[in-house]
Design a protein around this ligand. Sequence first.
Ligand code: ADP
Length: 553
Amino acid sequence: MVHSTMMDDYPLTLGHIFDRADRFFPTREIVSHMPDKSLHRYTYRDFSKRSLQLAAALNAMGLKKGETVGTLMWNHYAHLEAYYGIPLAGGVVHTLNLRLHPDEIAYLSNHAQNRFLIVDDTLLPLLAKFVSQLKVEKIICVRLTQHPLQPTMLDYEHVLSTAPADWQRPQLEERDACGMCYTSGTTGKPKGVVYSHRAICLHAMMLGIGTLDSRVVIKHADTVLPVVPMFHANAWGIPHVGIMAGAKLVMPGPYMDPANLLMLFEKENVSVSVGVPTIWLGMLKELKEKPDHYKIPQNMRTLVGGSAVPEALIRGFEAYGVFVVQGWGMTETTPLGTTSLLTRDMQEWDEDRQFEARAMQGMPVPFVEARILNGQGQEVVWDGKSIGELQVRGPWVAASYYDPEEDSSDKWTESGWFRTGDVACMTPEGFVRITDRTKDLIKSGGEWISSIDLENAMMAHPDVQEACVIAVPHPKWAERPLAVVVPKPGRSVDLTAMRSFLAPKFAKFWLPDGLVEIDQIPRSSAGKFMKSVLRDRYQDWEWTHPAEDENES
Ligand code: ADP
């Protein structure tokens, strides 16, 4: 028997990615949009020096291997230092979602056993709402605005200055934990996911290879702006692949609104940006309303995901020369699992068919395996129609949750596949198309209706700003689809017009039987539609449209 002669024990750790920053790319820039709207600029060398100081100081303050440090921060240079400084000290960065309810933030910080917390001074008013519930011992405040420091807090800059010069970097193993994030809880209680160095490194490498299309790859020459907050699933791995490649990083700070983002794109000549569809829909609206106001950098690319990307969004940005790639993923998958990049054969398709495919979630990335099982536990036929539950496995897919008490027996199959809770089908080309989350499916008279398919089609209506479709109880059909629509400013949409608009694309029984116009669709902290809130709001909806006969057809 022949044995491998490779250095198979060489550990894949964030330490390696970090060391490249200073060694090979010392002059590359990291730009952060500060609360006072100024741009803070420094180099990879500065980042490297300060991250090491943070690591040394944390160890000196008593942080031990495997302990968590909470961060309550926007996307900026100091959060990046925490992303590396904490793991370099052997710790685990627990990114707290600042958009959650204060009680929930406190609960999650305590649940993760954070002894240290690093917080932006601009978030002190938020922290004040739950600090009394926290079990942390030390709070370190990053003074972005020179806020007065509260006596119980440590100044981040002071902490860095206390870093012992003789600090020894702890040995890191690839299976050590280095990051932690809770699911955003769109469909249930947040659950803790703990990332290993190995998972994050492999995920970063995957983001850097782009098997199908080099346009989605982050390269050295790129200027990358992660709009996705650093408190969501490792900011989708963008900081890690960015640093690995030595790309210029542009951090939006607290300014995640369309006008500020578009300004930064232009000013810093951003070539790649990533974020959820809500953000991009907002930017599209801003661009349309002020056509002469912004200049989008040439050949810009975006990775959009977190919820379904409407075809209208992909087409909309194409008109501005921006290439949109859809990605699907979850907190439990580090997060990237699939991308909607077209294969060579698909690039021969006519334009409409190509756009249709790009509005799907796409092909699993290398090393992520995906399968779709029907109710009988059998893999569905790859016909683009047969639906079932999407299950995945791979080296950056969670094998369990952090809390051993958590009842997660239904989240993994006996053979170890992760059950995503997403309902999907597979096209003959191997493209995953998500039709719903299990909890959002509409079951009308025993037949499934996909809310995502309807929403995507409705978003292409000229008077619609945003649309959401929910299941509402119906006396005869068990459930029927109700369309909840945010019209464009000064416009209005009615049920008859919407039904006629959708009629060519769907079976009659799929067409919504009711439509309400609202000002805003309630969203989760990650910008996803909170359909559960709408379902509660409209559960007593009185159906007036006589859907009876149509549903039978
Ligand atoms: P939560 O489960 O609380 O929403 P996550 O951020 O982990 O938190 O969300 C993962 C879920 O988001 C997926 O299971 C899927 O339902 C949805 N999702 C992510 N990306 C896409 C996408 N491109 N298209 C449709 N749904 C998506």
